[in-house]
Write a protein that binds this ligand. Structure first.
Ligand code: NAD
Length: 240
């Protein structure tokens, strides 16, 4: 059976789907991923991106951190694509229980998804590191250079930097959804960033689907592998 047809059939049959995705879900919205040939890791900067978006670099060199962060990691004009919209629709229909994402762009919520677990935080939440005051993305963008709070503290984006731990509450919820899922769809992720990539091991069902443009280390464990653009694949699910 053609792979997308099989995906359609499984989606039709299930009411307990969980989706787990990464940066590849948003490339069709114009946000570059990290590891594709035109991704951030293959562009030239004074420091490797892994270094710039690490906690120690953020503390040592906040000017350079925020220059890179505002320039390369924030895309205020980006809109949800067919994948985000289809996932929101599947939740609306009661078929999909949760979206677990490594993305920080907020596009799943913009598409209408409600149960979204953001493993790596969100650019839309920012807090003063001294007094805890909340700031929106617009507030951050309106400030030149390093964003400072009125109290004088640096405003830190609520995104998980390298060397920082994941929110254990969010991680536990994600594990629970995956453990109880009937069908797990993984898409747009290279599955190399841990601990997020390890979540796949909690799945106990027999409908593990991987939709990705390139091969992933988990392809051999999947029950169905679809090689292609995730927005294009999900747009074929319309009307399921
Ligand atoms: P990654 O860059 O390591 O991998 C992206 C994967 O998606 C690649 O395997 C690529 O082949 C695939 N891909 C790209 N476009 C695709 C498409 N249209 N359809 C299907 N597959 C596609 O990303 P990752 O695995 O998510 O891990 C990197 C880290 O990057 C994550 O921690 C995430 O927080 C962060 N990140 C987030 C954003 C965002 O919020 N949009 C963007 C860049 C990076």
């Amino acid at each position: 059976m053609e792979t997308v047809e099989k995906l359609k059939q499984w989606v039709q049959e299930s009411d307990n789907i969980v989706f787990f995705g990464g940066a590849g879900v948003s490339t069709e919205s114009g946000i570059p991923d990290f590891r594709s040939v035109d991704g951030l890791y293959n562009q030239q900067y004074d420091y490797p991106p892994e270094t710039i978006i690490s906690h120690s670099f953020y503390k040592r060199n906040p000017e350079e951190f925020f220059r890179f962060y505002k320039d390369r990691m924030i895309f205020p004009e980006a809109k949800p694509n067919a994948a985000h919209l289809a996932l929101a629709e599947l939740e609306n229909q009661g078929k999909l229980q949760a979206v677990i994402t490594q993305n920080i762009d907020g596009l799943h919520q913009m598409a209408g998804s409600k149960a979204v677990m953001e493993l790596h935080g969100s650019v839309h939440r920012n807090y003063c590191s001294r007094c805890g005051q909340f700031y929106s993305l617009e507030d951050i963008l309106a400030k030149d250079g390093v964003p400072y709070c009125e109290c004088g503290g640096v405003i830190k984006p609520d995104v998980v930097l390298y060397e920082e731990g994941l929110d254990q509450g969010v991680l536990q919820k994600a594990v629970s959804y995956i453990r109880h899922a009937d069908m797990l769809i993984i898409g747009g992720t290279s599955l190399v960033v841990y601990p997020a990539a390890g979540l796949i091991h909690y799945y106990q069902g027999n409908k593990l689907v991987i939709i990705n443009k390139t091969v992933t280390p988990a392809d051999s464990q999947a029950d169905l592998v679809i090689t292609g653009k995730i927005g294009e694949v999900f747009s074929q699910l319309a009307g399921v």
